[in-house]
Design a protein around this ligand. Structure first.
Ligand code: AMP
Ligand code: MG
Length: 341
């Protein structure tokens, strides 16, 4: 594990909800948190490095074709889900990532069990799937507005007892099943403060190019702030598990939220540690033979293997550069001694 990977692991740890911990959002997590060690000025290059790391891991994930990664993103309105996805995934191959948004369920979707529509959109092996809202809405908006549950056409016995406790268990079991099958689940909750939400709604009203984002419905939902906080707290308390942990991302500072989200997703990939498939045995013999054949086809006066020759030239150039740098350093040292002496 490299130094960068260790740092990523330690950072991700900061945001993880310990399995079994009883969470009260307001007491346990500060939406305005920015780790001391990170300053806004440093965040951009760090995020760029994180994005590059993600791209490299995603390429290996796809080549290995064994594990898939499901990233669930939840937040209140104006929490920054869209921007986070855009920034964090900006460097990865679009072929390897699929984003799905979940809205109010359709009549067809309501005609199925509550996890059905999410199961249709799961990532395949080698893919990263991002759920912009997820099956967790089934214990969030559906819990806060129980008329949604009435629309789900459940049989009477399924509405008896504690529906939410049962859903937590069913979700945990489902995620366990997915993990056992090689689909890793990582869950991000973008934790926004009520005041920052107010500011962001106002921004949508004040800037004409943001007007389209404003929804009166969002302002109505804001009236249920406390109910949502309670539902999120319950969700975090019951569904952060060893196999599919929740990460609470402080979301009041967008630059920090993006960095933290990148760290958590990168950490998941580091844990999976996907490898490029190694070629060996018969296949390797055939590669060697194919190479010899292509080398033999080199026209007169042309390098036998132009690619190998190019690599060799680059190695020489890099070595020269390194030597020159070392010589400069030595020279600077000598000059310096001259100054002080
Ligand atoms: P947006 O993501 O802002 O486009 O809005 C999507 C809307 O769909 C939100 O108001 C969600 O609360 C709502 N929604 C998402 N999933 C569900 C669900 N399972 N049941 C009811 N409403 C949902
Ligand atoms: Mg909305």
């Amino acid at each position: 594990m490299t130094k960068q990977e260790k740092r990523i692991r330690n950072y991700a740890e900061l945001f993880r909800v310990k399995p079994g911990a009883k969470v009260t959002l307001a007491d346990d997590f500060d939406p305005g948190f920015t780790a001391d060690a990170v300053r806004k000025k440093d965040a951009q290059p760090t995020l760029r490095r994180g994005v590059a790391l993600l791209a490299d891991y995603q390429a290996r994930l796809a080549a290995q074709d064994t594990y898939g990664v499901l990233v669930c993103i939840q937040a209140l309105d104006a929490g920054g889900k869209d921007g986070t996805i855009r920034h964090v995934m900006s460097g990865v191959n679009p072929q390897g990532v699929k984003v799905h948004s979940f809205k109010v369920p359709s009549a067809e979707e309501l005609n199925h069990d509550f996890l059905w529509r999410y199961a249709q959109r799961l990532p395949a092996r080698g893919e990263i799937g991002i759920f912009n809202r997820s099956y967790y809405e089934e214990v969030l908006v559906v819990r806060v507005h129980t008329e949604n549950l009435d629309r789900q056409k459940l049989p009477p016995e399924s509405k008896r007892g504690d529906v939410w406790e049962r859903r937590y268990r069913e979700i945990n079991d489902w995620e366990r099943y997915l993990t056992d099958n090689g689909i890793r689940v990582v869950k991000l909750f973008l934790n926004l403060s009520k005041e920052e939400q107010r500011t962001r709604f106002l921004k949508r009203l004040d800037l004409s190019e943001k007007n389209w984002k404003f929804s009166e419905h969002d302002v109505k939902e804001r009236e249920r702030w406390d109910d949502y906080q309670a539902a999120f707290s319950q969700m975090l308390s019951h569904t952060s598990t060893g196999w599919a942990p929740w990460y609470v991302i402080p979301a009041d500072h967008k630059w920090f939220a993006r960095l933290a989200a990148a760290v958590v997703i990168a950490n998941t990939l580091i844990e999976i540690d996907p490898q490029y498939p190694q070629v060996s045995g018969d296949v390797l013999d055939r590669l060697v033979a194919a190479r010899a054949d292509l080398v033999a086809q080199a026209p007169k006066g042309v390098e036998a293997d132009p690619f190998e020759a190019k690599m060799a030239r680059e190695r020489v150039r890099a070595k020269r550069k390194e030597d020159a740098k070392a010589a400069e350093k030595v020279a600077a040292g000598i000059n310096h001694e001259g100054d002080s002496g």
